[in-house]
Design a protein around this ligand. Sequence first.
Ligand SMILES: O=C(O)CCCC[C@@H]1SC[C@@H]2NC(=O)N[C@@H]21
Length: 577
Amino acid sequence: MATFSPWDYVVFSLVLGISAAIGIYFRFTGGKQKTTKEFLLANQNMSKWMVCVSLMTSFMSAVTILGVSAENYQYGTLFVIINLSYIVTMPIAAYIFLPVFFKLGTTSVYEYLGRRFGPTARLTASTVYLLQMILYMGIVLYAPALALEAVTGLNKVYAILILGFVCTFYSTIGGMKAVVFIDLFQSLLMFIAVFSVIVVAAIHADGLGDIWHEAERGGRIEFLNFDPDPTTRHTWWALIIGGTVTNLSLYGVNQVQVQRMQTTRNIKEAQKTLWLNLPILSLLSLSTSLSGLAIYYMYKDCDPVLEGRITLRDQVFPLFVIDFMGHIAGLAGLVVSGIFAASLSTISASLNSLAAVTLQDYVRPTYKKIKGQTFTEKQNTKASKILACLYGFLCIGMAFLAQLLGGILQAALTIFGVVGGPLLGLFSLGMLNTRPNQKGALTGLAAGLAMAFWIGFGGPRPPPKLLDFSDEGCKSVNSTFLYIPKASDSDDSSYFWLYRVSYQWYSLIGFLVTFIVGYIASFICELLKWDSNARIYEDKDKTIIKTDLFCPPLAKRLARKNERLIKDECKNGVDPK
Ligand SMILES: O=C(O)CCCC[C@@H]1SC[C@@H]2NC(=O)N[C@@H]21
């Protein structure tokens, strides 16, 4: 089997070196990362063009490059429909959720929950978020290790360690500015990686038409599936409705994205970054899907898993790189760097946001409680850096656990769904309604998480059904016995129905359970006088509502109500204060 040439190693090391160098540059220029505003929010003067690319890279890692190409290779093109969900996601994120965070001007999105519900809601939600991101980062770091193993035979352990250390290094020293600049460089590499695969396959195939034709022959082209059955893995309903809830949890209320948008000058700029991000993200996603079909074209007669050359189809992208690009000096290195870059940008964004949340929600409040004084600016920045570094090491540890998961794309989306859905439910309870109180909302969150985790991880589920693969063109087949479920075989009805529900629905289920249970529980708590929504009022008499805790349409209505009340009180001769 071909492997990395010395030139590939040179290019690969250069890319990692440039990323580290950008981190060093920002450590010693500008404000030298001495203030928290600079370290966590890049002094809030980033251009919208930089930030929109950066938004795209936050949740498009090597998991997308390897996972989405493998998805199209194994199951066909239907997954691309998930990108339509962004058309619904962006306006809701931009005009419902984002304005609330901007108005409050908080560094951690969980500060909002503290103001709306109370400290317990804030801490519980940020703990859940930390767990979600640490699990996710494990997969993101594991993915490029899979790639490097496929092309070089290098043990995954080394790949995880190299990547983990470089990323922790530049995120820790360079702060948010370095993260955003490196994202730009790294997104370019991601596009180069994906387009190179398409171009090379198109040259072999005499054009894209052939690739498409063979994909059609292999049953890989499918765009229309309106099956109402929720156990069908991918349908328009699951991909658009489930995708919208998952994406809203990422773009509307996730610390990583909100913190990035806060690096722009004002809310209008931040909203623009969301819209600008949409075409870039879709272009990368669609081209990655096409690369899956391109790879299928080259392996249609000899699937490398059947042949025993790789163990997982998530490794088919890098294998293609080494098989068909390995002879061009440095090209394979460049493409594999693109896969690494995709994960580096995601992890650095996550490290910075985890540091922000931990500092604001845990470290500073605890310090104040113990010492009776607040952190100085110097202590703040130092603590952010130490935290970013510690999370980097934690993430390296998690990457070793990620090996236990199945397909990386489904694993990442499952984590987004089971945790993101309930968290979105909690923020929605706060921003879309005045009734919910802390006890009710937390009951909702607990119920939503319990339900989503139960469905997502509760028991055995049928393996997803793959399309056909061929080994007829293989020179030799080295695979040991492989069980490959096909659309035609196996009877799934022996599995518990809930465990058969498509992973695309987990986010919606978690969201709905949190919202509905949270609302009803709040009503009961209010009725029994166990809790109240007193925090939403400016005054003890509970007349004037703090409108900035709510999404703009509701805030407008509440402001009109406040005005009416003030007018009435003035008429009755009561001091409106
Ligand atoms: O890449 C990741 O780290 C996580 C997986 C994200 C998958 C989503 S699905 C919608 C969007 N389109 C893609 O091609 N990837 C993301």
